[in-house]
Design a protein around this ligand. Structure first.
Ligand code: SAH
Length: 615
């Protein structure tokens, strides 16, 4: 199972009283945290005991943890940690949970330490109330210091605190986005403070704040009236050629020099590209490891086909392609000659070797992340009927894809900055391919279906589409979250009709031939299964449910109890208990599940019961 808490680890949980230990001990196991308890609380499994003052102990473990969760009064926590807090870009996330676990508070490092996000996840896990007081969260805006994180963007220089405060005050902040995904822009609340226009005509207008999203490294002047920050989407591929044994330091120097000369941001590098015979070139490998960059290599017979401005016959004689740096940069950026931003530059050093470097720009940024697909069942309709695991997965995802009605139902679980893509009910296939496309790119994508995702839902479709593209079973990672399916939800509203063997049959003949459905209806009726009918009637498909009655009447008494449950657990829920003979006299539509009892099912005072056979 993919744990949503893994990216937050290591997590230290501090509890000092028996009550908070009781609350937090099980949580530690669920989220993979270490519980730290004082010396007198002995005999507790899987916990770390500390001696002496908690203040000193915290100092000793401060730098080893990304997150601290305290089961203490907030006042006490503030006093304990105040001397340890340094800077919000490096401080750990601090959360407080009251001793009985009723509230989870995001105390410090809400954005960059992701305390707000973790607070929401833990609140789902404990089924309690998250307390998040950060301004952008409550304006339903993504924090500007985290908005590029899902896409793997890197934060450049700028006055992040000043621009965040402008946004919190509702002042207009101009966004100048030159490269990178604009998905984040499409899902902002209507009253967001961003101004997206940038043209020659408004160049002169002074905005109190600016966010630059580009591959260029900008030096901002210290203008007190306008605060600026810059994000760098990773869209630049540096193609490198070098003689054997070139040092890492020369490679680094060459890249830095060229990037500086062309005003490009080092943080915008997606990765390094070269010819395959250089995949073990020590300087290159070390440079990539140090900066956590991928090294993409291409064989000469691919590179030779790429049109470049500066081919070299000497290089061709040596490695079988007239260009390494330019051709591999273009190949890695997956584009053509016009993606080349910097043509071949040669940087030499007398005793360290020589490096050729070219830079190409990809149309899509490299996220550097392994994508995930969460296939989630959201139950029949009310938030109370969704599993905590599904809630966590929904909150954690970068993107949520589903049919708009179901997306509305789970709106309270959404997090600012999430990309929400609603597609019409008829476009299941598009939903599946879109989800796969985004996950292959590196995002965590939640695909939601009502009820259970694997019962007439999206799970099978997504897996089938993955199979078509030769998915290796691992990347993107897939996890399926079960949900309460309509037959369970509907049964629970009328009593216990599914107490004996039952089956489900969908009357939708869009994907299943009617002949097959008929065969299964006859078999179910004959075998005396309690039968739940999904998709019983649509405005254009009206005859099938008449056929159901006909077939079942052949094998069952007309008094057999039938439940018609429409929109179970939704505000417009309607429940009708009737009989096989009478069932067609009531409304049956696409929001209804029909449950036909077996030969022993009976109604008692408005409750439908199928005996298990104990009597
Ligand atoms: N994946 C869903 C089923 C989708 S098929 C699940 O597991 O429940 C759609 C059908 O489900 C509808 O035509 C209707 O028959 C049934 N359905 C969905 N939501 C329902 C609800 N809240 N109450 C009753 N039936 C429902």
């Amino acid at each position: 199972m993919i744990s949503p808490f893994k990216p937050f680890c290591p997590i230290a949980v501090i509890a000092t009283t028996p009550q908070s230990i009781k609350t937090l001990h099980p949580l530690c196991q669920q989220i993979g945290a270490t519980l730290h308890v004082p010396g007198h609380q002995t005999g507790l499994k899987n916990s770390q005991v500390y001696q002496g003052s908690l203040k000193d102990y915290l100092t000793s473990i401060w730098s080893q943890n990304k997150v601290f969760i305290f089961g203490l009064a907030t006042g006490a926590v503030i006093r304990l940690i105040s001397h340890l807090l340094n800077d919000k870009s490096s401080d750990p996330a601090i959360l407080v949970i009251d001793p009985t676990g009723k509230f989870v508070i995001s105390l410090c490092s809400g954005h960059q330490g992701r305390a707000d996000h973790l607070t929401q996840l833990i609140a789902h896990q404990l089924n309690t109330i998250p307390i998040i007081t950060g301004a952008t969260n409550n304006l339903y805006l993504p924090g500007i210091d985290v908005l590029g994180s899902p896409f793997g963007w890197r934060k450049g220089e700028g006055n992040w605190t000043a621009v965040s405060s402008l946004i919190a005050r509702g002042e207009t902040v101009q966004v100048i986005q030159e490269v990178g995904s604009t998905l984040w822009q499409a899902h902002l609340p209507p009253n967001h403070p961003f101004y997206f226009g940038f043209s020659e005509s408004n160049k002169a207008i002074k905005f109190p704040g600016q966010i630059w999203i580009s591959a260029t490294k900008r030096q901002f002047s210290s203008d007190l009236n306008s605060s600026k920050v810059q994000w760098h989407p990773r869209i630049l591929w540096a193609g490198i050629g070098c003689v054997r044994g070139t040092s890492e330091s020369l490679i680094e120097k060459a890249i830095h020099e060229v990037f500086k000369q062309y005003n490009l941001a080092i943080d915008a590098i997606a990765g390094i590209a070269t010819i395959d015979v250089k995949d073990d070139e020590i300087g290159l490998v070390q440079y990539c490891q140090k900066r956590q960059l991928p090294l993409k290599t291409f064989p000469a017979d691919i590179l030779i086909k790429i049109e470049v401005p500066n081919p070299s016959t000497i290089v061709k004689q040596e490695v079988g392609t007239p260009s390494v740096a330019e051709a591999s940069a273009i190949a890695a950026a997956d584009s053509s000659l016009n993606s080349l931003l910097v043509s071949k530059q040669i940087i030499q050093s007398e005793n360290e070797g020589a490096v050729t470097i070219a830079v190409a720009q990809s149309s899509i940024e490299y996220t550097g992340r392994i994508g995930k697909l969460y296939l989630i069942g959201t139950g029949p309709g009310s938030l109370a009927q969704i599993t905590p695991a599904a809630k966590i997965a929904i909150t954690q995802a970068d993107v949520i894809i589903g049919y708009s009605l179901y997306l509305d139902l789970i709106k309270p679980l959404q997090r600012p900055g999430q990309v929400i893509e609603a597609l019409p009910i008829t476009q299941e296939k598009q939903r599946a391919t879109r989800a796969i496309e985004l996950a292959e790119w590196g995002l965590t994508v939640a695909v939601v279906s009502s009820g259970d995702c694997g019962i007439y839902g999206m799970a099978g479709l997504v897996l089938e589409e993955l199979r078509k593209i030769n998915w290796d079973g691992n990347i993107p990672q897939v996890e399926v979250f079960p949900g309460i399916t309509s037959l369970q939800a509907s049964a629970s509203r009328v009593g216990a009709p599914l107490m004996h063997d039952f089956c489900a049959i969908s009357l939708s003949d869009l994907l299943t031939p009617w002949k097959v459905i008929k065969k299964r209806l006859v078999a179910a009726a004959k075998a005396d299964f309690v039968t739940a009918i999904y998709n019983p009637r649509s405005p254009t498909r009206t005859k099938q449910i008449i056929y159901v009655q006909e077939v079942f009447l052949k094998y069952r008494n007309s008094q057999t109890p039938v439940a018609l449950v429409r929109s179970a657990y939704r505000p417009d829920e309607k429940i009708t208990l009737t009989s096989l003979g009478e069932m067609l006299n009531f409304t049956i539509d696409m929001l209804t599940t029909v449950i036909i009892g077996n030969s022993s099912t009976y109604n008692h005072k408005g409750w439908m019961i199928t005996p298990r056979g104990y009597d």
